[in-house]
Design a protein around this ligand. Structure first.
Ligand SMILES: [Zn+2]
Length: 308
């Protein structure tokens, strides 16, 4: 049998000689028989243990627990001076436990590292997506301003033409053939001007909505749906915004009409005929399309073509 110092891993073979060494100081000079007498009388071991020690060999191992406990009380480690003994079995168990702990720690570290790498990849993907989205928005903005610029130039040109024709009209009389032609031309130009003004109003309305929907942090309008939103009547626009408010602050209160077959889109009604098509991701709502009862079939075909 062996005992091991838990503190410094120093090992001792427990046999007759070991006890002779342990008890050496006490029994020196008394000879073998007085030594055995001391084992019986002085150690406090029960008789069978003392017999096992004297017999030696495998018999000692039978009492390894009692002997180890006795050593913890009575014998200091010659290497480190502590009395922190364990027997071979306990030592093996301890090593096994340490190994298991080490493996567990290693696995935890590997899992953490894996998680860390995953997070980095996700962050990178997120970052790239945001970058792409920003670039797209910037390009879109540029297009929009170009459109406004074009409308503004057209308006100025139209105004010049109108002024010119009005001037010419003054120089003709009502029964003049030219007068009739000029009047028709003037009417056409004024209509064009009216259309131009309406287009500009729509442009401003869309820009305004673009800013306005940003107050709903959980709602994301796709390009197409925002344009559709800007084309709604005032009443429908208000009905739609009520639903946006609910999606943002109380989504459980929103009743969906149905889920579009073979897609993840939800159909949410608003106003009397309005339909809004939404994709939910956690607490985020992506609005892909806004239509009404009449455009339902083509809206659904469009959503299916998106393959999201
Ligand atoms: Zn030691």
């Amino acid at each position: 049998m062996k005992v091991i110092c838990k503190s410094c891993k120093h090992q001792e073979t427990v046999d007759k000689d070991f006890f002779l060494k342990v008890l050496g100081g006490v029994v020196s000079g008394f000879g073998f028989w007085s030594w055995t007498a001391f084992l019986f009388a002085g150690t406090g071991f029960a008789m069978p243990i003392v017999i096992a020690i004297i017999a030696g060999g495998g018999a000692i191992a039978t009492y390894s627990k009692e002997i180890t406990e006795w050593l913890i009380e009575n014998h200091e480690c010659e290497k480190c001076g502590k009395k922190d003994w364990i027997d071979e079995e306990q030592y093996k168990a301890l090593l096994k436990k340490e190994k298991q702990l080490e493996e567990k720690r290693k696995k935890e570290l590997q899992a953490k590292e894996k998680e860390h790498q995953k997070n980095i990849k996700e962050k990178e993907a997120e970052h790239n997506a945001t970058k792409a989205e920003k670039a797209e928005l910037e390009a879109e903005n540029e297009d929009l301003y170009e459109e406004l610029d074009k409308l503004e130039k057209e308006k100025i040109a139209l105004n010049d033409q109108i002024l010119e024709i009005e001037q010419e009209l003054k120089n003709t009389t009502e029964d003049d053939k030219k007068h009739e032609l000029l009047s028709k031309e003037l009417e056409k130009l004024k209509n064009e001007q009216q259309e131009n003004t309406e287009k500009q109003e729509k442009w401003h309305k869309r820009r305004f909505l673009e800013k306005r929907v940003k107050i709903y942090s959980n709602i994301d309008f796709k390009k197409k749906s925002l344009t559709e939103y800007s084309k709604l009547t005032d009443d429908d626009s208000i009905s739609l915004e009520k639903k946006l408010g609910l999606l943002q602050y109380n989504p459980d209160a929103v009743t969906t009409r149905c889920k579009i077959q073979a897609t993840k889109f939800l159909e949410i009604g608003f106003g009397s005929q309005g339909r809004m098509y939404v994709l939910q991701e956690g607490n985020q709502y992506h609005i892909y399309k806004i239509g009404n009862k009449n455009t339902q079939n083509q809206d659904i075909n469009y959503l299916k073509s998106l393959k999201v």
